[in-house]
Design a protein around this ligand. Structure first.
Ligand SMILES: Cc1cc2nc3c(=O)[nH]c(=O)nc-3n(C[C@H](O)[C@H](O)[C@H](O)COP(=O)(O)O)c2cc1C
Length: 363
């Protein structure tokens, strides 16, 4: 089969630019990381010309407070996002949901009230059926102004979502990604071009493709574009931003770990020790290898004992993180490239600049 013409070309790039006029090209977004991506991080990313996401998660009880804080930060910002918000009444940040648990009615009420520029859907029990009411109702209450982003992890998922839900954006999450993702998936190096070809072959409407998983610098962003994406999402890199709501012990573990193919692993153990048992079975999570993992996977320790040890470890605070400790450090294989904590605005500026330079050099 011949390689399909890249379907997400100028039209999808200009659709993104029209929807998010404050963003710089190429588009760089921060992931809606549960409990970590709160208002300060999301707003700092958008204020710097990226697209920041708040995490609504599966228990969206803190979402409204986060959105309210974001509004205040945006109103006090000296970035163009303040003007964008004042003139359009669209909140220049997105909100992410974990759909296996999130409450649709509460989410729709918050979206109607705050009008975020994007709603990111991920992890439904049944794909695509469970997402249909979300897509329809979000579009209905915002007149299509809140764009629909759906994170998927295989070619089959991308095709079924594109055919049945017509999202504005597909986030293609490869196996290098930190946090939760499909237990079985490929890296973005094959996922992005194969999805691009599959959508092109079916002549589906142009849908913007955004790459996720293992991207931590401008080289990764440039590579995403070369693979056929219109931009990239980073989670792990923003764990080491000044605005991430993350414990010092967690952040130090992100800085310490290197060689992410071996220092991180995909597993359900990190959920099991924390008593989070409701993720659909096709998902697991990538985190830095620690004692909970070693005990469960290499020593066959049962969940009950491992969970009790985890609960004890919580009492240690920051000292509870580390290779010989037990608190979870969700992070992707790019963790070895993350070596310093800097403001999110610097991360956005550096990564976009590096990506432009990488392209200029290769042309
Ligand atoms: C600590 C952490 C928490 C995450 N939480 C969420 C979440 O709540 N919802 C979601 O859709 N994705 C979540 N993700 C996955 C991201 O959306 C994204 O796919 C991933 O971070 C990309 O890979 P990277 O970490 O290598 O950049 C999380 C990732 C990390 C690292």
């Amino acid at each position: 089969m011949s390689i399909q013409k890249k379907q997400n070309d100028m039209s999808t790039n200009s659709a993104l630019q029209a929807a998010y006029p404050w963003t710089k090209a190429p588009l760089l977004a921060s992931a809606p990381m549960l409990n970590i991506a709160t208002a300060p991080l999301a707003v700092a990313v958008s204020a710097a010309g990226g697209l920041g996401f708040l995490a609504g998660g599966f228990d969206i009880s803190s979402m409204e407070g986060n959105l309210e804080e974001a509004v205040q930060l945006i109103k006090g910002s000296n970035s163009t996002i303040r003007e964008v918000y004042a003139t359009s009444n669209i909140l220049p940040i997105g909100v992410g949901f974990l759909n296996w648990g999130a409450d649709l009615l509460k989410a729709i009420a918050a979206i109607e009230k705050y009008r975020p520029c994007a709603a990111w859907l991920f992890g439904p029990k049944k794909l695509p059926d469970d997402l249909r009411p979300w897509v329809e109702q979000i579009r209905a209450v915002t007149g299509g102004e809140t764009k629909i982003w759906i994170q998927v992890g295989t070619v089959a998922e991308a095709v079924v979502v594109a055919e049945s839900l017509d999202p504005d954006v597909l986030v293609l999450q490869g196996s290098d990604a930190g946090g939760h993702g499909l237990a079985q998936s490929a890296s973005i190096i094959t996922l992005v071009p194969e999805v691009n070809d599959a959508l092109g072959a079916r002549q589906l409407n142009p849908i913007s493709l955004i790459a996720a998983g293992g991207i931590v610098d401008g080289r990764g962003l440039a590579a995403s574009l070369a693979l056929g994406a219109s931009g990239a999402v980073m989670g792990t890199r923003f764990l080491a931003s000044s605005e991430a709501k993350v414990a010092r012990g967690y952040q130090e573990e992100v800085l310490r770990a290197s060689d992410g193919g071996v220092s991180t692993a995909r597993s359900t153990v990190y959920d099991r020790v924390r008593g989070i048992l409701s993720w659909p079975s096709r998902y697991d999570g990538r985190g830095v290898v620690n004692q909970s993992y070693v005990d469960a996977v290499e020593r066959g320790m049962g969940d009950e004992e491992n969970r009790a040890l985890y609960a004890e470890e919580l009492k240690k605070g920051d000292a509870g993180w580390g290779p010989n400790a037990r608190l979870t450090t969700y992070a992707g294989t790019g963790v070895g490239l993350v070596t310093e904590v800097i403001p999110a605005a610097e991360i956005v500026a550096n990564v976009i600049e590096e990506a432009k330079n990488a392209f200029a050099w290769s042309c």
